[in-house]
Structures are given as C-alpha cells and as structure tokens.
Design a protein. Sequence first.
Length: 94
Amino acid sequence: MNERADILLEMLGQRLKQTRLNADRTQQEVADIIGMSRTAIEGAEKGKCNLSTFVSILLALDATDQLDLFLPEPPPSPVLPVSYTHLTLPTICS
C-alpha cells in the first residue's frame, strides 16, 4: 500500500475510535457485540481491518449514518438504468 492510503486508513481508525468513545463503549463491549476479539477492535482503530469488520463496528455503535457522510450516494450513472442506481442502506433495528 502507498503512504497516502496508510494515512487515510489511520485517520479512519482514529475516527472509528472517537465514534466508539462518543458512544461510551469499551473495545471489549464492541468486540462482544460483533463476536470478535478486543484486539480486532484495537486493530480497526489503528486502520488495520477489512471493510466487513469496519462496517460491523459501525453497526454495533449504531453509527451507520456516518457512512452516508463518508461516501454519499453518487448521482445516477448515465450508463446504468435508473433501477440499478437507487440502492440505499437498509435500516437496521437494534
């Protein structure tokens, strides 16, 4: 990976940690909710995790609304039919 990607991953990890702290959750509590180890959460907060783990943590923190801020839905593609471009995030009930 290149240096710019590493910096961005580290920033995302720091933001994930702040989101957890703002939710008043420990790493162990989040780990228990998603069925992973505390060290997996610690790694994610350092930018060392896969996308599935990242999203699972956001779900555990009830912070999936952050995804729309992070990567808003793009405008419809001129190439794809409209029906394929209207996918939205599901609402998750806790």
